[in-house]
Write a protein that binds this ligand. Structure first.
Ligand SMILES: CC(C)(COP(=O)(O)OP(=O)(O)OC[C@H]1O[C@@H](n2cnc3c(N)ncnc32)[C@H](O)[C@@H]1OP(=O)(O)O)[C@@H](O)C(=O)NCCC(=O)NCCS
Length: 286
C-alpha cells in the first residue's frame, strides 16, 4: 500500500487563531451559519418580507386554506376509517369542514398579517449567531482557529465569502488535564479533570465550507493546530470525538495519524462509544 501523500491546497489560504475580541469571532460564527453574517441575515429577512408583501391577498388566503384542506381531509378520513362504521360519511364531512375552516382560517390570517416574518435588529442577529455558533470561543473556554482565503484568492470567491471576510474553514479546541502553570496562563485550559489522560488538546467543531472541500484544507488546518499546540502548550496528545457514521471525517483523521483511543476513565465527558454508542474517541500522540 502506498503512503498517504499530504495534500496541497489548490486555493492559497492562511490560518490564524481566533481573537474573541475582534471581528474574527463573527466571521467564524457567520461561516458556521452557512456563510451568512448578521447583516446578511437581516437583509435576507427584509427581502423575504418584501417578497411576502408582494403576494396577492387572495394567494395568501389560498395558501392557508390549502393546508387546512389537507389537514381536515386527513383527520376526517382517519376518524371515518378507524371508527368501524360508527362515524357516518356526513359526520366525517362535518369534521372535515370544521378542521379545514379552523386550521385554514388561522393560517390564512397569519399569512395576511405577515407576522411569521420577524426581522432581527443587528444586536439580536449578532446575539443569535454568537449563542448558536461560538459561545465557548467568546467566553475564552475554547481556542479557535480560522482558515481564510489569502488575498489573491479572495477576489475569485468574493460573493460566497463576503460575509465571512474570506473565512472558509474553522476548528476549536480546549486544553485539558494540563499542569497548573498552563491553567493559570491560558483561558482555554480547562480546570475540569478528564479521566486519567495526560495533558491533551481536545479538538471540536471542525468545519470546511462545503464548496471548499477535498482540497486539503482540513489536513492543513490539523497540521497547523498540531504545531501550535506543540509550541504553546504541554499537551502530549490531540484528542477528538467523531460520529461513527462520519466516515469522511474518520478517513481524514486516520490519514492525519489519529487512532481510536482509550478515554482512560473519561468516558462520560467524551461520550465515547463505551458510554454513548455511535461515537468514537480518537487520539494522536504529538
Ligand atoms: C470532514 C471535513 C472537515 C474534511 O474537510 P476537507 O478539507 O474536505 O478534507 P481534506 O481535503 O483535507 O481531506 C484530506 C484527506 O482526508 C480524506 N477525506 C476527507 N474528506 C473525505 C470524505 N468526505 N470522504 C472520504 N475521504 C475523505 C481524503 O483522504 C482526503 O484526501 P484526498 O482528497 O486526497 O482523497 C469536511 O468534509 C467537513 O467540514 N465536513 C462537515 C463537518 C464535519 O463532519 N466535521 C467533522 C466533525 S468530527
Amino acid at each position: 500500500m502506498s503512503a498517504f501523500q499530504k495534500p496541497t491546497t489548490k486555493t492559497p489560504i492562511q490560518i490564524q487563531t481566533v481573537n474573541p475580541t475582534k471581528s474574527d469571532l463573527m466571521d467564524v460564527a457567520s461561516l458556521r451559519n452557512n456563510c451568512t453574517s448578521p447583516l446578511q441575515m437581516i437583509e435576507n429577512q427584509l427581502r423575504q418580507k418584501q417578497l411576502k408583501s408582494q403576494i396577492p391577498k387572495s394567494q395568501s388566503i389560498f395558501n392557508g386554506m390549502k393546508i387546512g384542506i389537507i389537514v381536515g381531509g386527513a383527520i376526517a378520513s382517519i376518524t371515518f376509517l378507524n371508527n368501524d362504521g360508527g362515524t357516518s360519511l356526513s359526520e366525517a364531512f362535518q369534521t372535515f369542514l370544521v378542521v379545514t375552516l379552523a386550521v385554514g382560517g388561522m393560517l390564512s390570517i397569519n399569512n395576511l398579517s405577515g407576522k411569521n416574518v420577524f426581522v432581527y435588529t443587528e444586536k439580536e442577529a449578532i446575539n443569535r449567531l454568537t449563542v448558536d455558533n461560538v459561545p465557548f470561543l467568546k467566553s475564552g473556554d475554547d481556542l479557535g482557529f480560522c482558515v481564510r482565503l489569502s488575498s489573491s484568492s479572495k477576489s475569485t470567491n468574493n460573493e460566497r465569502y463576503s460575509g465571512t471576510n474570506g473565512a472558509v474553514a474553522c476548528m476549536d479546541g480546549q486544553l485539558r488535564n494540563t499542569s497548573p502553570d498552563y491553567i493559570s496562563k491560558y483561558p482555554f485550559a480547562s480546570s475540569k479533570q478528564y479521566g486519567r489522560l495526560p495533558s491533551h488538546f481536545h479538538l471540536k467543531n471542525m468545519l470546511v465550507d462545503d464548496q471548499m472541500r477535498r482540497q486539503g484544507i482540513a489536513y492543513q488546518l490539523l497540521d497547523h493546530v498540531e504545531k501550535y499546540v506543540k509550541q504553546n502548550t504541554d499537551a502530549d496528545l490531540l484528542t477528538l470525538e467523531v460520529e461513527d457514521s462520519n466516515t469522511g471525517a474518520i478517513s481524514l483523521y486516520e490519514k492525519f495519524g489519529f487512532v481510536e483511543g482509550d478515554t482512560m476513565g473519561a468516558d462520560r465527558d467524551y461520550g465515547s462509544r463505551f458510554y454513548v454508542t455511535g461515537r468514537t474517541f480518537m487520539i494522536k500522540k504529538i
